[in-house]
Design a protein around this ligand. Structure first.
Ligand SMILES: [Zn+2]
Length: 152
């Protein structure tokens, strides 16, 4: 990042935190030449890995899409919007930590469903049935059975 004071190209990041409700990362930087400090905002799409779809198409990470998917699965379930937001925050943080260039959509699906599994069985099964695209009712029932046996 070019220093706005002296134009030097190297700096060090002092602090990073999410801002604007998770859509950007605010970074405090210090110029390695003049030592002055400045702030940058980076959009999530520049930091998050590119999502590789089932058909190998690439698309940028879309927080709202994931929220919409969870919301649909959580319909009429006792899961608040705040809970869903914080679940997606956690997933974003995990992905940022990994700093991957690409991630398969199924991996994101696995992450979401493992969180949902601990949160709400019904939402979990609904979500899993969409992203795993169970081939038939048998495969779906197997998953439900697994879930039931976990309870006993
Ligand atoms: Zn400088």
């Amino acid at each position: 990042m070019k220093c706005p004071f002296c134009g030097y190209l190297n700096d060090k990041v002092i602090d990073s935190r999410p801002s604007k409700g998770g859509v950007a990362i605010r970074r405090r930087r210090a110029c390695l030449n003049c030592q002055k400090r400045f702030t940058t905002y980076e959009q999530i799409e520049d930091i998050m890995p590119v999502v590789v779809k089932r058909d190998s198409r690439r698309e940028s990470f879309d927080r709202l899409k994931i929220i919409a998917g969870i919301r649909k699965a959580a319909e009429k379930r006792p899961i608040s919007s705040e809970k869903i937001e914080s679940l997606v925050d956690e997933i974003e943080n995990k992905l940022m930590e990994k700093s991957l260039k690409e991630i398969h959509s199924t991996e994101i699906g696995e992450m979401v469903s493992s969180y949902l599994r601990n949160l709400d069985d019904v939402a979990y099964v609904r979500f899993a049935s969409v992203y795993r695209q169970f081939k038939d009712i048998g495969a779906f029932m197997d998953e439900v059975k697994k879930l039931m046996s976990r309870k006993n």
